[in-house]
Design a protein around this ligand. Structure first.
Ligand code: PA5
Length: 439
């Protein structure tokens, strides 16, 4: 995996010099993350999930025991859905259709229910906390739908993924005798794609989980190794240095339609982890850069105008593949000779030229950018990339001296929702909201 930093103009940085100047700081960040890993309170369990081959075997055994499944429905939101959505779009295959319910807009849910045959549907309710209102509401609806159509057999059509102890889903699954998988306690939602939150749906989508995990393990190896070969530490440093120079927006732009949901997953990981009001010592700091989604080449014909000529307050991260999985030759057509520069070339050549051209055009305009290249899009490389981005986020959290593994702002929104919906125990909060004019 390569990091190629384009010439980034006056507002850019000299990576080699910055690395030399900051090597100590990065080593300290790495060592601190590794040392804290064994403390469950630190929520660093995502470093270990790719090493847990038994958890993968358990998921694969369950998949094999349920060959009747044709429709796999994920009920989950945020970290309980986005990793699956990203990997599924990139690598999913086979006869099982995946549906993700991650919102509570009634119409799409009604439409999905009308389109599904309950006899071949498996509903995977995924919630680490076992209490998120959107997921629980969807579960109530899907559970009733299954019971109404299948009677007692509904239980065979539900599988629960939740914390081993916390929340209401775990005791419910036990009481009803439902199949259940664990979200390890020390793994937070947006860091959970390599545990059963992601691996169970992805097993039904025939993603090669062993390779996905092997790629993630490789990222672990690099991120815990020397800084000179530590891409995660390096990209974190680029982000930190440039944020200091006013690059407060970080655009994440893979050149791949198959990777179109990777920016969505990254936006959640980056923004929810790094947008923080307090530092680790509780002092007010207000840090964070805003991650923005883009997909090449599509957004070359949209946002790139702004990236190049608008305010240079951005750092653009591109992801590019070195080899296609399958290429397509552009044929020569008589009568269209003015297009002869395309004749005989391949789509992948064009895609690569577009990515390189954009990187260079941005650099020439003084817009910092760098490109992470993957050898090809497969389970190994995607596993590596996801885990690398988790490490990058963790390193940035260390550089900004904030906790990248909590989400008090998100939790507050959940609590306000409970209060507005009349949940027991939230009466005082409901009163407070009423006095502030919200009801
Ligand atoms: O990263 C996080 O912690 C959140 O985005 C959660 O994934 C999201 O809020 C869903 O939470 P839960 O899995 O507890 O339902």
């Amino acid at each position: 995996h390569n990091l190629s930093v384009e010439r980034v103009g006056a507002q850019g940085m000299d990576l080699a010099a910055e690395l030399a100047a900051n090597a100590r700081k990065l080593e300290a960040a790495r060592d601190s993350l590794v040392a804290r890993k064994s403390n469950p309170e630190e929520f660093l369990g995502w470093m270990d999930t790719p090493e847990d081959t038994e958890a993968v075997r358990e998921v694969l055994r369950y998949r094999q025991a349920n060959p009747w499944v044709r429709e796999f429905v994920v009920l989950g939101i945020g970290g309980s859905a986005l990793g699956t959505q990203c990997v599924h779009a990139a690598l999913g295959q086979g006869p099982v259709r995946l549906h993700i319910v991650d919102n509570v807009e009634p119409e799409p849910i009604q439409e999905l229910l009308r389109s599904l045959d309950p006899r071949v549907s498996l509903v995977n309710v995924i919630s680490k906390s076992g209490s998120t209102a959107e997921t629980m509401a969807a579960f109530l609806v899907f559970r009733k739908w299954l019971e109404d159509s299948l009677g007692e057999d509904w239980k065979r059509h539900v599988v629960v993924t939740t914390d081993p102890a916390r929340g209401l889903l775990r005791p419910y699954a036990q009481a009803e005798g439902l199949a259940a998988f664990e979200v390890p306690p020390a793994v937070g939602g947006r860091y959970s794609v390599t545990c059963p939150v992601g691996t169970l749906p992805l097993a039904f989508a025939e993603v090669d989980l062993d390779r996905l995990m092997a790629g993630a393990r490789k990222a672990n190896e690099l991120a815990t190794g020397p800084i000179g070969a530590n891409l995660s530490a390096q990209t974190a440093l680029v982000n930190e240095r440039l944020a200091k120079k006013g690059m407060n927006i970080c655009v994440f732009m893979p050149y791949s339609t198959r990777l179109r949901y990777l920016p969505d997953w990254f936006v959640q990981l980056h923004d929810e982890s790094l947008g923080k009001m307090k530092d680790k010592q509780g002092r007010e700091v207000r840090v964070g850069t805003t991650a923005v989604r883009a997909v090449g080449t599509t957004d070359q014909h949209a946002q790139v105008q702004l990236f190049r000529e608008g305010p240079h307050d951005k750092l653009v991260t591109m992801v590019r593949l070195e080899h296609p999985t399958e290429d397509l030759e552009i044929p020569a057509v008589k009568g269209l000779e003015s297009l002869d520069y395309l004749f005989g070339k391949s789509f992948f050549e064009l895609l690569t030229a577009e990515a390189k051209a954009t990187a260079h055009a941005l650099a020439k305009a003084g817009q910092p950018n760098y490109t992470v290249t993957l050898e090809r899009l497969d389970a190994y490389n995607l596993g590596w990339l996801l885990q690398h981005l988790m490490w990058q986020t963790a390193f940035l959290g260390e550089l900004w001296n904030i906790n990248a593994f909590d989400q008090p702002g998100v939790e507050l929104g959940k609590e306000y929702t409970y209060a507005l919906m009349g949940r027991k125990g939230y009466e005082r909060l409901a009163q407070e909201l009423k006095s502030e004019g919200v009801e």
